[in-house]
Design a protein around this ligand. Structure first.
Ligand SMILES: Nc1nc2c(ncn2[C@@H]2O[C@H](COP(=O)(O)OP(=O)(O)O)[C@@H](O)[C@H]2O)c(=O)[nH]1
Ligand SMILES: [Mg+2]
Length: 343
């Protein structure tokens, strides 16, 4: 009868969407754990670049797990996923005693983050199959886990496990137990957690938008400064101020070329006339010139003796324009990068 009641109770539970964050140092066994949870074999693993997102159904839960890369340089992105997480799975390599101090530092940083503190945490003391792997109590001790979770008001469960013992059909038992604990703990407090996730996610989006705007402003400022400097340099050196970056040309890139073609036609006509009149060879300043094209970085390959055809000029112009745009894109990217590094 009790069994029947609990089945009915579970059947009545609504489907809940839950996002979990899987973190831990690189090589701890995060991806192997996720593979096992997915019902896949945790073999042939390549280090996770960035992150991977896994969607699966677990009873009445639609679970999304973010398996985040654990390398030093990638850990900075973790906080971007804190807001939307209902709980955390922290994977520890229990056999790598040399990295437990680093693990403790990283775990402390995660658990004390305002968008994680108070959320349930499952600690997987992984690689128990390895010789010399620390037992559960020792891992708790090394990480000062009790103190850490109490300080940050996180409900916590630790499971000693071996992710590689999952074999596609069967998930390693302690991992299964731990996952069930995490999901049922989330379910007990779902409304409050859900409200917090929605609120934090909205706040984070607004914050990201604000940061994006600030970044765009910084980039614009740097670009304006660069252009101003170029203009001043050109003035100082007595060079004509290049106006190829003026939006007018970009809006209608073919406008200058028609002028060039007309100019060339006119010059060719004059040359023919002069030839007819038996004039001397063409003087230097009568050479075919393609000023606007040259300004865009095009190498002039034609002489006045064999004027380029209209198609050739157009093609050259397009190539130069493409090069120019590519260069601009590159220098904009550099500007963005330097703006970011100067954050
Ligand atoms: N012996 C043993 N090796 C494991 C275990 N879990 C993962 N590994 C191995 O540890 C390495 C790193 O695993 P991976 O899941 O990629 O770590 P991640 O960087 O945290 O995602 C791989 O070679 C795995 O096969 C385990 O429980 N026992
Ligand atoms: Mg990985």
């Amino acid at each position: 009868m009790a069994n029947c009641c609990s089945w009915v109770k579970r059947w009545r539970e609504p489907v809940r969407k839950v996002t979990l964050l899987m973190v831990g140092l690189d090589n701890a066994g995060k991806t192997a754990t996720v593979r096992g949870i997915q019902g896949e074999s945790p073999e042939d693993l390549a280090p996770t670049v960035g992150f991977s997102k896994v969607d699966l159904k677990q009873g009445k839960f639609e679970v999304t797990i973010f398996d985040l890369g654990g390398g030093k340089r990638i850990r900075g992105i973790w906080k971007n996923y804190f807001a939307e997480s209902y709980g955390v799975i922290f994977v520890v390599d229990s056999s790598d005693v040399g990295r437990l101090e680093e693990t403790k530092e990283v775990m402390t940083e995660v658990l004390r983050h305002p968008r994680i503190a108070g959320k349930p945490v499952l600690v997987l003391a992984n690689k128990q199959d390895r010789e010399g792997a620390l037992a559960e109590v020792d891992v708790i001790d090394y990480l000062s886990l009790e103190k850490l979770v109490n300080e940050n008001k996180c409900l916590c469960q630790i499971e000693p496990c071996s992710a590689i013992l999952s074999n596609g059909k069967k998930l390693d038992k302690p991992i299964k137990k731990g996952l069930n604990w995490l999901l049922s703990t989330i379910a007990k407090d779902y409304d409050a957690l859900n409200e917090r996730v929605q609120k934090d996610t909205t706040e984070q989006k607004a914050q990201e938008e604000q940061e994006k705007r600030e970044r765009a402003e910084r980039v614009k400022k740097l670009r304006d400064e660069r252009e101003q400097k170029e203009r001043e340099e050109a003035e100082r050196e007595g060079r004509p101020i290049a106006d190829e970056e003026e939006p007018g040309i970009m809006v209608n890139p073919f406008q200058p070329i028609t002028a060039v073609i007309a100019e060339n036609d006119e010059k060719q006509r004059k040359q023919k006339e002069r030839k007819k009149q038996g004039e001397q060879a063409v003087e230097n300043d009568d050479k075919v010139q393609m000023k606007p094209v040259k300004q865009l970085g095009l190498t002039e390959t034609h002489t006045n003796h064999q004027p380029p055809s209209e198609g050739e000029i157009l093609n050259s112009y397009k190539t130069a324009l493409t090069q120019q745009l590519e260069q601009e894109e590159e220098s904009d990217q550099q500007t963005i990068d330097s703006a970011d590094s100067g954050k």
